[in-house]
Ligand binder design. Structure first.
Ligand SMILES: NC(=O)c1ccc[n+]([C@@H]2O[C@H](COP(=O)([O-])OP(=O)(O)OC[C@H]3O[C@@H](n4cnc5c(N)ncnc54)[C@H](OP(=O)(O)O)[C@@H]3O)[C@@H](O)[C@H]2O)c1
Length: 322
């Protein structure tokens, strides 16, 4: 099969298109013929060596994807050949990521893709939607009428945080930095969209809700004052991304709000919580409540350019098609 391979961390030039033997699924694994491979920031970060996970032997990149199951391993009963699926964390502790014609992975990292759902949308879900659902607490029933602030409402995680929260019946405010991103956050269903660079950003958000019940935070340091102003008894802030410099945490100012701050890293979230996030995502997906951001599609041979585009902050979702 054709696959994108790297054997050492580094810039995107370490990626090369190779012909390798098509792998067979082992026990509790399935093999998926990949239609779309979704690209996330984590893919270029791991490849670059930023996260200290270096490939053992070889690595095919990309955690997310969508396709059709074409072989199942021993003991697999919950999936069948010919089933459409979306994939998450495919390349986690597994050399076979989704940037290839085929991927083998543990069966629990495949989720049925409804017939009416495009492969592009399927490949957009994995890391972003599961992170968003987990940051929102994993239980849609708790979101009914809650006030939610999504920082970075046009980002991949932010997009699904808005859509999943709206699907659960929450009132959602989102922050963005440009008009183009404001349009995307509104299209996702945000009730209020605020430019976080605006002098009156806090005031606009406080008019929407004096305090938020949930804050899904992409830039905790930069948005510290917004978070402090919108926090109160019971506010749950989920921090899922770090910035170049770690912020100084004003502990006493946060203490008086009684907010709680949760740090989220999808790779090490308990499977039980991942399953809650999958159930929420699946429910929303089957009811047509999830959409894809504008898609930028690259052929498999141009995976390096696709990863560079994500690193450069291209607006929308980057996918690679074998
Ligand atoms: N911990 C985890 O498990 C986990 C899971 C998924 C993603 N992540 C990380 O989370 C980050 C975002 O991922 P993504 O896939 O959503 O990336 P993305 O699609 O590039 O979105 C990031 C968004 O954040 C916005 N942003 C940046 N600074 C902001 C600020 N101060 N306030 C509000 N918005 C701001 C960006 O727009 P502007 O710059 O124009 O504001 C952009 O729209 C990446 O660093 C990724 O590695 C971590």
């Amino acid at each position: 099969m054709k696959a994108i391979i790297y054997r050492q961390s580094g810039p995107s030039s370490v990626l090369s298109l190779e012909d390798i033997e098509t792998p067979l699924p082992g026990p509790d694994q399935v093999r998926v013929k990949i239609v779309c491979s979704g690209v996330n920031p984590t893919d270029w970060k791991i490849r670059s060596g930023m996260t200290i996970v270096h490939p053992h032997g070889f690595q095919i990149p990309h955690q997310d994807g969508s396709g059709v199951i074409d072989a199942i391993g021993e003991d697999v009963t919950e999936r069948s050949v010919g089933q459409r699926v979306w994939l998450y964390l495919a390349a986690y502790n597994n050399p076979y990521g989704t940037a290839a014609e085929y991927c083998i992975l543990p069966v629990e990292r495949t989720v049925p893709l409804p017939d009416n759902t495009s492969y592009e949308l399927g490949a957009s879900l994995g890391v972003p939607a599961l992170t968003a659902a987990h940051c929102l607490g994993g239980n849609p029933a708790a979101l009914k009428d809650a006030h939610v602030l999504v920082a970075g409402g046009a980002g991949a995680v932010g997009h699904y945080a808005i859509e999943l929260a709206k699907f659960a019946g929450a009132k959602v405010a989102a922050t963005v930095s440009t008009e183009e991103k404001a349009c995307l956050a509104s299209a996702a269903g945000a009730d209020l969209v605020v430019n976080y660079k605006d002098q009156e950003a806090v005031e606009q958000l406080k008019n929407f809700a004096p305090k938020m019940d949930y804050i899904v935070e992409v830039a905790f340091g930069t948005n510290m004052e917004i978070n402090l102003a919108l926090s109160g008894l019971g506010t749950k802030i989920a921090v899922y991304s770090n910035e170049t410099t770690d912020p100084v945490l004003p502990i006493r100012r946060f203490m008086v709000t009684n907010a709680s701050i949760n740090f989220v890293m999808l790779y090490t979230v308990a499977q039980h919580d991942i399953n809650n996030a999958i159930n929420w995502t699946t429910d929303a997906l089957t009811r047509g409540a999830l959409s894809e951001l504008p898609i930028h599609s690259f052929p498999l041979k141009d995976t390096a350019q696709a990863q560079d585009a994500v690193e450069d902050g291209l607006i929308g979702k980057v996918v690679v098609t074998p």
